[in-house]
Design a protein around this ligand. Structure first.
Ligand code: GLN
Length: 493
């Protein structure tokens, strides 16, 4: 098969070709490394490329296969990781100057699991600094662009992870999602992205942003690819006490279950926000209709706390971030400035010069809401409101098995459009945040293209640890809609 066409395939199909030995992992990896060299200058998805490591892993995979010892669903498949995920011996920056040139002395559990399963890690991906942002524009190093239209954002904070898959520069990537950072970029770039249930996937070795919300999850072109990657990375990890002891689901095996009998809720609050794009609304409604035709029961539901999502999230996530980011003090990680001018000057210069403006804004906001005088009014109140989100979902899940709604109010916006207005940027997360506040699994898949050829994302939210249900529904939609999710960037030479 031609090497060009292979870039437009999904992870599952590519893996099947590797398994049948129609192509070798080494050929494929070399081709992708060439494409990255040639094209990523325009896209900006990669921060670090590990050609040597990738070629070595590809060779090992081919050897296993030739001995009939292939390792399964990701063996030999070229993947890449958001730069929040620590890779032993390979630079990990969280897209921040404060971690510039940081070489981790240990490996995150998620990347270790992928490597143990034979995946070929091509490199580390661009993102918003410390995963704070919705457009990838707060990366300290370079912007990342949307493969569907290079003048637009790929979304954020896992913008590089989404653009990389949509641009044909890896088959699967890992992102992190604290308030929507896997799903919103997945929607903007026309790929599938899954935020697992809080506790489903280990966060050992993942740079912390807001620890009560952060989760790692897969991004692929195809729904099956996401299921395959999740099976590899999910599971209890004794080094992460927030990871749960539950067995990993049969995500791939359950993809093709019939939808008959599934009850799917449509939350009215998600279709009536101001500034919502009409094309997004009608596209998602179209998917609702389709699910009905496939045998699902559609139920109108209400998630009344939705209007409070953004405010609640930005108080809690900033509070946690201000505490998590204390560790970057010029002593333990990365560069140290003004070391000869005393302790205070060293802290001030290191943090003042090496954190970007968005990160500083969050640290200041977080410090403010945790301040003794304001703690009750903001932080404590936000914690109480957070409980209401869980209650809303508990009530909804009494009558439905999953929820369908848009992933974001619009398609990808122009680079530069919202950078100077943080509030507008924050409002973009209105549909994704609730699932984080309640710790639920949620997935975004591409359900169509707008009239100006930009991907539209539909979100599915499930009960805790019912990733297999959202994957099953997403798979049914994907098979039925057959959206051509190959971005124009893939065929650019
Ligand atoms: N856009 C949100 C924020 O800036 C979400 C980020 C994320 O999920 N990491 O906080």
């Amino acid at each position: 098969m031609s090497l060009d066409n292979i870039l437009s395939l999904g992870l599952a199909e590519t893996q099947a070709r590797l398994a049948k030995r129609e192509i070798s992992s080494l050929e494929l990896t070399r081709h992708l490394l060439d494409c990255i060299k040639e094209k990523d200058g325009d896209l900006g998805a990669y921060l670090t490329v590990d050609a040597d490591g990738a070629l070595k892993a590809a060779k090992a995979s081919d050897e296993r296969r030739s001995l009939g010892q292939g390792l399964g669903p990701v063996d030999g498949v070229p993947v890449a990781l958001k730069d929040m995920i620590l890779t032993k011996g390979l630079k990990t920056t969280a897209a921040s100057r404060i971690l510039e040139n940081f070489i981790p002395p240990y490996e995150a559990t998620v990347s270790q699991k992928l490597k143990d399963a034979g995946a070929v890690v091509l490199g580390k991906l661009n993102q918003d600094e410390f995963a704070m942002g919705s457009s990838n524009e707060s990366s300290a190093f370079k912007p990342c662009k949307n493969p569907w239209d290079l003048s637009r954002t790929p979304g954020g904070s896992s913008g590089g992870s989404a653009a990389c898959v949509a641009g044909g520069l890896a088959y699967g990537t890992l992102g992190t999602d604290t308030g929507g950072s896997i799903r919103q970029p997945a929607a903007y770039c026309g790929v599938t992205g899954l935020k697992p249930t809080y506790g489903r996937v280990s966060r050992y070795g993942v740079v912390a942003f807001a620890s009560s919300l952060d989760q790692v999850g897969p991004m692929t072109r195809d729904v099956r690819g996401c299921a395959q990657m999740l099976e590899v990375i999910a599971g209890h990890d004794e080094r992460d006490s927030t990871s749960v002891q539950l067995p990993v689901g049969n995500y791939v095996a359950e993809l093709e279950k019939p939808l008959k009998g599934r009850r799917i809720g449509v939350p009215k609050e998600f279709f009536s926000v101001s500034g919502m794009d009409e094309e997004v609304r009608s596209n998602v409604k179209n998917s609702v209709q389709l699910l009905k035709e496939l045998g699902a029961t559609i139920v109108d539901i209400s998630l009344p706390s939705t209007p409070h999502a953004v405010a609640t999230y930005y108080v809690l996530s900033a509070a946690e971030a201000s505490s998590n980011l204390c560790r970057y003090d010029g002593v333990r990680y990365g560069p140290r400035l003004a070391a000869d001018q005393g302790l205070r000057a060293m802290y001030e210069e290191t943090r003042g010069q090496l954190f970007g403006p968005e990160v500083k804004r969050r640290i200041m906001l977080g410090t403010y809401v945790l301040n003794a005088g304001y703690y009750d009014a903001y932080y404590l109140r936000a914690q109480k409101v957070r409980r209401l989100f869980r209650n809303d979902f508990d009530t909804a899940f009494e009558s439905v098995d999953a929820i369908i709604c848009p992933t974001a109010p619009t398609t990808a916006f122009k680079l530069g459009e919202k950078v100077s207005d943080p509030l507008q940027m924050y409002l973009n997360d209105i549909f994704t945040i609730s699932a984080n506040l309640a710790g639920l699994p949620a997935l975004s898949l591409c359900t169509g293209l707008s009239s100006n050829k930009l991907p539209i994302g539909t979100q599915l939210i499930g009960r805790p640890f019912e990733e297999s249900v959202v994957l099953n529904i997403a798979y049914a939609l994907e098979q039925e809609l057959k959206v051509n999710t190959v971005s124009p960037f893939v065929s650019r030479s």
